[in-house]
Design a protein around this ligand. Structure first.
Ligand SMILES: Cc1cc2nc3c(=O)[nH]c(=O)nc-3n(C[C@H](O)[C@H](O)[C@H](O)COP(=O)(O)OP(=O)(O)OC[C@H]3O[C@@H](n4cnc5c(N)ncnc54)[C@H](O)[C@@H]3O)c2cc1C
Length: 330
């Protein structure tokens, strides 16, 4: 499996539309162990222009000296971290999220440090701004925290082997543990390349070279019901509200109940079940981890426990937790 991560389970994401936890959900439904599902990284400065996926305003802009300001003109990062805009990704993401939630509309201002150099030096950002009707030479860029990278995924060993016999997983769908609770920028592609090779070598060692005269297999997938319109949007809203940048027991519980309701409304659609499986694993693991660590921030458990440990869950365990939650009284 090399089907990518789960960013699209959230309402605001930098991930392309097909990346919605399908691969992790498939493996989980087949019984594979999932590791560190709760660790979802949010990029602090997605361009908040109503596009899906949200384009990125790269961190290199802050490296060049761009400032984060709010609607009141306050440079809010200076009060929050000694490195201000250059604080770690999770710290900046939480600050941006808090500003957005408070209605203070955070922006990234590149005008003083870059001026019109942004057009030549950052053509991807300038292009995304132009498509969104923003002129970054004259205007600050509106930003928001967006789901970007899933550190969790199918638990694999150093050869990419999952807990299920003859299943190898690499890339963002896997969880090797290399990124801990908070990936450093650029390590995602490095890991994907290294583990793709390791998987290939391990597959060859286990299964032997492919037979030269093997018959061509043609897959004819059975007709399956399509996801009902609205189910994906409902799931993405539930994940953003309950299992997003800031989490607590109440929100995660509500999120798990909502995932169960979405699933119950269409229990025969595999594509939706893959998504709800991954969503259930993320929210259940986040509920079980009663501490804050890296990208996982529990407002009701702000401390980091002295000993770091990885989480491992099967879908059955996550579903048992979900089923054990008392129904909400209205
Ligand atoms: C905007 C952006 C910028 C990034 N920048 C960097 C960076 O600078 N450095 C870095 O290291 N990382 C970066 N990342 C992260 C990195 O790009 C990803 O982690 C990496 O691409 C994951 O590779 P992958 O092969 O596992 O999955 P993907 O590249 O996501 O590919 C998965 C493929 O599986 C397909 N697929 C999914 N479901 C199914 C299905 N059911 N059936 C068939 N096919 C399916 C998808 O269509 C897709 O082609 C960035 C990510 C984003 C979104």
């Amino acid at each position: 499996l090399a089907g990518g991560g789960s960013g699209g389970l959230y309402a605001l994401t930098t991930n392309p539309p097909r990346i919605r936890g399908q691969a992790i959900g498939m493996a989980a439904r087949a019984g594979a162990q999932i590791a560190d599902a709760e660790f979802v990284q949010f990029h602090p400065t997605a361009i908040d222009c109503g596009q899906d996926p949200a384009p990125l305003a790269t961190e290199a802009l802050r490296g060049e000296g761009a400032h984060l300001l709010n609607r009141l003109g306050e440079r809010f990062m200076t009060a929050l971290h000694p490195d201000a805009e250059l604080a770690p990704r999770d710290v900046v993401a939480r600050a941006i999220y808090a500003q957005t939630q408070a209605g203070l509309r955070p922006v990234l201002d590149t005008r003083a440090c870059l001026g019109d150099r942004i057009l030549a030096d950052f053509p991807a950002v300038a292009g995304a701004c132009a498509r969104a009707g923003i002129d970054p030479v004259r205007q600050p860029i509106p930003v928001a925290a967006a789901a970007h990278y899933h550190m969790g995924g199918v638990a694999v060993d150093e050869d990419g082997r999952a807990s299920l016999d003859r299943l190898w997983v690499c890339g963002e769908a896997s969880s090797t543990g290399l990124h801990g609770a908070n990936r450093l920028a650029s390590n995602g592609l490095l890991e994907a390349l290294v583990f793709a090779r390791r998987c290939a070598l391990s597959i060859e060692a286990r299964l032997g070279p492919p037979a030269q005269d093997a018959a061509l297999i043609t897959l004819r997938p059975a007709a399956r019901p399509h996801r009902r319109p609205g189910a994906g949007r409902r799931l993405r809203r539930a994940m953003t509200e309950g299992a997003g940048v800031l989490r607590d027991a109440q929100g995660l519980t509500r999120c798990l109940r909502e995932i169960a309701a979405i699933e119950a409304a269409q229990p025969d659609c595999p594509a939706l079940l893959n998504m709800t499986a991954t969503a259930t694993l993320i929210a259940a693991a986040a509920l079980m981890r009663q501490e804050s660590r890296g990208a996982h921030c529990r407002t009701d458990f702000p401390q980091t426990l002295p000993e770091g440990r990885r989480s491992r869950l099967t879908l059955s365990q996550a579903l048992a937790l979900r089923a054990s939650l008392e129904p909400e009284t209205t």
